[in-house]
Write a protein that binds this ligand. Sequence first.
Ligand code: OGA
Ligand code: MN
Length: 267
Amino acid sequence: METKALSSSLGVEISGIDDLLDDVVIARCVEALKWRGVLLLRGADLDDETQITLSRKFGDVVTFGGREIFKVSLDPSVNPAAEYLKGTFNWHIDGTTDPVPIKATMLSARQVAMVGGGTEFASTYAAYENLPDKEKERIDNLTVVHSLEASQRALNPNPTDEQIAQWRSVPSQEVPLVWRRRDGRCSLVIGTTADHIVGLSADESRALLDELRDWSTQERFVYTHEWQVGDLVMWDNTGMLHRALPYDASSRRTMHRTTIFGDEAFK
Ligand code: OGA
Ligand code: MN
């Protein structure tokens, strides 16, 4: 097994694997994912069954309508929730309204866009670590409210009452802005679902959230993945912000996604 860093702060490409499902290989992938945040296997070409088997090695797999594979596509005939997926164009963390967020997400590229459609990752571990001490002190004990509504408003600033009601059917959640992890590291719980910081005025709150997003998504904390058909990418959703780079809904870009339940609550 060979490893190659994808950028200075995050990401590792793994190659030279005979049996991806081998327990020793999995153990090394778990370590690599922990320290590098994003794992890439070029030309993995997994079928759905193998992707599910592999995903189960990392934890329990989330089901959507009884299925483990969720098709990420902007084509409503492939994914009826295509409209919501436009939210993936903004920096986000998956599952910020769940008490225990998703641990990791795996995408297998089935079809790629001719133009755009890369995926960007930003390490909030590295971003927090590199904040000046004064800034750490300023944010260390703040809490932030996350909601589906905040992420959808960013796409649709003039919603109907019905749309608002639908968004609000997902309860919002207050979590620590700085998430102190079991292993001693800290990540930032920010992104497009972050609605406001508790106790700050709306303007101060927005300014701080924008500042932390901009800080975290500087080039030095980011890896941009350009997809090739067959690529498998897995990321630590508890520490990486991510977003899809724009692509056309007619591009047929299709990712088969599996999602792994987390085991560490926000606290
Ligand atoms: C996701 C996601 C990004 C992409 O599936 O959670 O954010 O590039 N996908 O499709
Ligand atoms: Mn996502």
